[in-house]
Design a protein around this ligand. Structure first.
Ligand SMILES: [Zn+2]
Length: 409
């Protein structure tokens, strides 16, 4: 049953009804999950991991029919007519042969530099220039992470500006880095795509997100480990609420301005609330750094129903190497491969990517930094994935998300 060839995902003629059925299943799952929210804090980087466990998601019968389908049939017209001019398409060339070009959807190096005193020269950490070259990185999403804890629990939009300046300073400090928003990225360079993680501060003025997207932000996550005025989080939410009214308007605004909402860290109820908004915008759903809950029962991971919805909208889920989201303390390379296999089996080969969480969470020992990525490529080949499938997972699927634009533009 494992589709690990490079062929495109099957295209369904009834994508809308299929998605509606999936959403119905998701709502059931969300209701079940919210009935039970244990928490047990555990120290680990930006993930601030919690070992919360949710009941195993039921698998509604309706989900057994049909695989991932195109998002084309989901596009709504008119909703984006007032959108501001989107930024230029970032052009990144991925190799067709030889080492597998990596585009990583979630790396927290800016957090280390901005908040943890790592020098801009990056002499250490998971993503030094030397390691990125050894791992054959072609693109990297540098996260503008707004910690819930700063300013007595009140991060501001000004903080997001300041961390964005740190991302730009990193790009300026290294010949290897090129801002993807600036135009075509030469082969051999690493394209830098900014994202936002924990956008609660934008509740002060949601219109401010427009200029961040114009400046190059491609993915926007509404929450981190605490609920905020936009949405509830996977790891702290105790109620049945998902997106607030303001949160819904914010998501519509993100899509209209040309970026994508990132559902990693979002509660199950928030995920369910986002689906019709994404559908109206014709936007794929992205989870930049989340694994399969079926293999690791953690609320930061995705249910099979959510993985199917991600596939049905044409989106991706980025495999997270943080050991707590793979299997637990004893996670090995084979457990990462098992996560990839399951995610591909459920979402489809076009819908799984890399979202390492390097410089954020503690990775599995076998993938201890960006220099180790080709080891994972070899392990996937040994597990039966073909060359083309690995290229999709390593870079092509992520690039499709990062170059997404509203249909009306
Ligand atoms: Zn995270």
């Amino acid at each position: 049953m494992l589709n690990i060839q490079r062929e495109p995902a099957p295209r369904g003629g009834s994508a809308r009804s299929h998605l509606a059925a999936l959403v119905l299943g998701l709502v059931v799952v969300a209701m079940v999950c919210h009935a039970c929210a244990h928490e047990a804090p555990e120290a680990a980087g930006t993930e601030g991991a919690r070992t919360a466990v949710s009941p195993k998601a039921p698998s509604p019968q309706v989900l057994a029919t049909g695989g991932p389908s195109s998002s084309a049939a989901l596009v709504a017209s008119g909703a984006l007519s007032a959108a501001p001019a989107p930024p230029k398409l970032p052009l990144v060339t991925l190799p067709d042969e030889g080492p597998f070009g990596v585009i990583d959807l979630h790396v927290d190096t800016p957090w280390k530099v901005h908040f943890k005193n790592r020098p801009l020269s990056l002499p250490e950490g998971h993503a030094t220039p030397e390691l990125l070259q050894r791992g054959h990185y072609a693109g990297i999403v540098f996260v503008i992470y707004l910690p819930d804890y700063i300013h007595d629990g009140h991060p501001t939009i000004a903080d997001a500006d300041a961390i964005f300046d740190t991302v730009d300073a990193l790009v300026a400090a290294h010949d290897l880095f090129v801002a993807a928003a600036a135009g075509p990225v030469p082969a051999g360079k690493v394209a830098v795509f900014p994202s936002i993680e924990g956008a609660g501060a934008f509740a002060d003025d949601i219109t401010q997100i427009d200029r961040f997207i114009k400046r190059g932000v491609r993915l926007v996550g509404l929450v981190h480990n605490h609920d905020n005025r936009l949405a509830t989080t996977a790891t702290a939410s105790k109620g049945g609420k998902g997106l607030s009214e303001l949160g819904r308007a914010f998501c519509e605004r993100v899509y209209a301005a040309g970026a994508l909402v990132d559902v990693s860290h979002l509660s199950d109820a928030g995920f369910a609330d986002l689906v019709p908004i994404a559908e109206r915008a014709g936007a794929p759903i992205v989870a930049s750094h989340s694994n399969a809950r079926a293999l690791r029962r953690h609320k930061r991971n995705l249910t099979d129903e959510q993985l199917k919805i991600i596939g049905a909208t044409g989106g991706v889920a980025g495999v997270n190497f943080y050991r707590q989201f793979i299997k637990g303390g004893g996670a090995k390379l084979g457990d990462v491969v098992a996560q990839v296999k399951h995610m591909v089996e459920v979402a489809g080969i076009d819908h799984v990517a890399i979202g390492s969480d390097f410089d954020g969470g503690t990775p599995v020992a076998a993938l201890k930094n960006t220099g180790q990525l080709q080891k994972l490529a070899q392990a996937l080949l040994a597990a039966g994935f073909d060359d083309g499938a690995v290229r999709k997972i390593f870079g092509e699927n992520a690039l499709r998300m990062l170059t997404w634009r509203p249909k009306s533009s």
